[in-house]
Design a protein around this ligand. Structure first.
Ligand code: ADP
Ligand code: ZN
Ligand code: ZN
Length: 689
């Protein structure tokens, strides 16, 4: 007798096939088993979703296709993994099979039982022996934090009926958060459990990888991130899935790791925007970590010096438990924050300088003392735009509503949105004038100017351009650690995680831009970036006092005042008050509908109708929802495609979810009525609007 199975199959994006499909099988297959099944004319991968407890209908009209192949050698994906994927697909409005297959390693599709068996027989190369370190004794705040996590650990063991709340570990950089993670991990491992540690970007946090490897030298640690080769990713994923790996360290995609003995989740730098996937299923790995921990009754630790306002608000409400590390470990003090007021600086005769005189003096002092400085400028390239002073021509991108950035060393103009590049023209393409000017300043130009201002100083630069070649980032970081660089110029890449021991000065060259951005999250991101950058200075108490400099036209701004006092709670309180009165997250739930088309009017028409349908669905259900008019985002054209977006807002997350679920089929149907629409997507809990 043939059995009916529900299988989540890899469906093309937006095929409208949201759930699992029916297939027939002669054998009963356990839920979570990987299979290959026919879909249309293709054969695709799928995951058995529901148990086969009913026979396939036999009447003639019922043509269920049979399962083509079974990957029986792989232990089935467990119920908690399937719950997580189900939840994420539903919440982020994607197909079940689409998401399930997207978060599994691609190489898994190519495996069959024979290949799996060969893999299993192959002996794993002995890991290179690392020297184990010894855990330092914890200070009282750290000990209290570890104890709180430990009690959540035992509560999660199925003995207690109460669910441990998520834990927010709030502490400035250097306050010993990582040490708390390591101790908590040791306890979970000792209890026979696996540990999942999420980081925003693995290449920018090599020290955490090393610390984990050293502390748990006798355990198997695997990494999961997009920098792995497909074969490595499969191998590491399998190690987690079979339980051979005790620790998984990974970026956002690792939240979907199958870990049968999972006992603890740590999300380091939980506020970091990298936790939000920006294409396909636009999930937040941080939010899913909280959901997964609740669903598996495990402790989750969200660590940050500048928590997201969503997390902070939940801690204020008592839904998360806040654990605070108030001071830096040892004698290391936080850097003193100094504001340079451009309004007070004498105007130079020539072109404006990147570095105000008092900051230049401070840099010279560091040079004399043999200490390092870091200059942060969040804009790569030489200058953001090339400009003709006689006719006003500017280096616009022919394909985007953006400028092509002037890259001097490479001699190209390059668009950072579509990557279109052109040689730098000798003369103005419009009037032929030879006098072209670089307007504004990027890291490449800052590096050049510093070389003039500080003769003899060794200047280094770390940004996406200077580290494109393989191994270049590691080499450049190594040079900084080895003391071969006096002044480091960098984008936000260098603000994260690095433990530069000889750095006593950090300066933000031009941070004002984000103060008046139209994006309501811009101040939150700026504050986090500056706090994090400040954390690069003064990590070693033996180096003496350290400083964080800010060059600004707005020295009175509340954000800078809070930063000067290292007062995140005050900053958060004012931001949350603003958000509350404006009805913005975390006091409202948002979803962004995006649509792309050659013709902006097509995208707009689709969105307008989709918004109307959403409002109709909301009215039906009596759910509070506002659909705002469709608008063009700040960069409205990219690679010759017009982008439009429409914001859906509701005071209730559940109401918004209800409307999205109800309207999704409407939107799939609507698409066919709008010829020329290139693509559309829903972004639930969007980061930038
Ligand atoms: P964070 O993760 O908050 O930046 P870390 O855990 O990296 O802080 O700690 C900062 C530095 O202090 C590290 O060099 C770490 O080894 C050291 N450290 C942390 N806790 C202790 C402790 N209890 N005793 C001694 N050194 C510690
Ligand atoms: Zn011109
Ligand atoms: Zn472009």
């Amino acid at each position: 007798m043939s059995l009916r199975l529900r299988i989540a199959v890899e469906t093309p994006q937006h095929s409208g096939l949201a759930g699992a499909l029916d297939y027939a099988s002669d054998q009963a297959l356990a839920p979570g088993t990987l299979v290959r099944v026919p879909l249309g004319r293709r054969e695709v991968c799928g995951v058995v979703w529901d148990p086969a407890d009913e026979p396939a209908p036999t009447d003639a009209g019922w043509a269920v296709k049979p399962v083509a192949a079974v990957l029986g050698g792989l232990p089935p994906l467990g119920p908690s993994w399937r719950r997580l994927v189900s939840f994420a697909a539903g919440y982020y409005q994607r197909g079940l099979g689409e998401l399930a297959l997207a978060v599994l390693p691609p190489e898994l599709r190519l495996l069959d039982d024979a290949a799996l068996e060969r893999r299993r027989r192959r002996k794993r190369r002995a890991a290179t022996a690392v020297e184990a370190d010894r855990p330092p004794p914890l200070n009282p705040e750290q000990a209290a934090a570890v104890a709180a996590i430990a009690s959540a650990l035992s509560a999660g063991d199925g003995l207690a009926t109460t669910q441990p709340p998520p834990l927010l570990l709030h502490g400035v950089t250097g306050s010993g958060k990582t040490e708390v993670y390591l101790h908590a991990a040791a306890q979970a491992l000792a209890a026979g459990r696996q540990v999942l540690v999420l980081v925003p970007e693995i290449n920018l946090t090599p020290q955490l990888t090393e610390r984990l490897a050293r502390r748990f030298a006798d355990r198997r640690l695997v990494t999961l991130h997009s920098g792995l080769t497909p074969a490595q990713r499969l191998q590491h994923w399998l190690a987690a899935h079979t339980g051979e790996a005790d620790l998984v360290l990974g970026t956002r995609l690792a939240i979907f790791a199958s870990m049968p003995r999972l006992g603890l989740i740590v999300v380091d730098e939980e506020h970091d925007p990298s936790y939000k996937q920006q294409e396909g299923a636009r999930y937040s790995a941080r939010d899913l970590a909280v959901w997964r921990a609740q669903s598996e009754r495990l402790p989750v630790v969200l660590g940050s010096a500048t928590p997201s306002l969503e997390t902070w608000q939940r801690a204020d409400e008592g839904r998360y438990r806040r654990l605070t590390l108030a001071a830096r470990v040892g004698a290391a003090a936080l850097p003193r924050v100094r504001l340079v007021d451009w309004n007070q600086c004498p105007k130079p005769k020539g072109p404006p300088s990147a570095i105000a005189p008092p900051l230049l003096d401070a840099l010279r002092l560091r040079l004399q003392r043999g200490e390092q400085s870091l200059l942060l400028l969040n804009r790569r390239g030489y200058a953001p735009v090339l400009h003709c002073t006689s006719c006003g021509w500017k280096s616009g991108c022919p394909h985007c509503s953006a400028w092509q950035v002037f890259h001097k060393a490479e001699r190209v103009l390059r668009c950072h949105h579509c990557a279109a590049a052109a040689r730098v023209p000798q003369a103005c393409p419009q009037c032929g004038d030879l006098d072209l000017h670089a307007m504004g300043r990027g890291t490449e130009r800052l590096e050049e100017q510093l070389a003039e201002l500080l003769p003899g100083a060794r200047i280094g630069r770390i940004d996406a351009d200077s580290t494109r070649a393989k191994g270049e980032l590691q080499a450049r970081l190594q040079a900084v650690h080895a003391g071969e660089v006096d002044v480091l110029v960098g984008t936000q890449m260098v603000a994260k995680g690095h433990d530069f021991r000889r750095m006593t000065l950090v300066a933000a060259v031009n941070p004002d831009g984000a103060l008046f951005s139209s994006d309501f999250r811009a101040p939150e991101r700026l504050f986090a970036l500056l706090m994090q950058a400040a954390g690069r200075a003064g990590r070693d108490a033996a180096m003496g006092p350290s400083e964080m400099w800010l060059q600004t036209w707005h020295p009175q701004h509340a954000l800078y005042a809070a930063l000067r006092d290292h007062d995140y709670p005050r900053f958060a309180a004012t931001q949350l008050a603003d958000r509350r009165s404006a009805g913005l997250p975390p006091f409202a739930s948002l979803a962004l509908l995006r649509a792309d088309a050659r013709d902006g009017a097509v995208a707009e028409a689709f969105l307008t109708e989709a918004g109307r349908q959403a409002e109709a669905r909301a009215a039906e259900a009596g759910a509070a929802l506002i659909a705002y008019p469709a608008v063009a985002p700040p960069i409205s054209r990219v690679a010759d495609t017009e982008r439009r977006q429409l914001l859906l807002e509701s005071p209730s997350r559940a109401a918004l979810q209800h409307v999205l679920r109800a309207a999704l089929p409407d939107w799939h149907a609507l698409r066919s009525q709008h010829r020329g629409l290139a693509r559309w997507a829903v972004d639930v809990d969007p980061l930038a609007i």
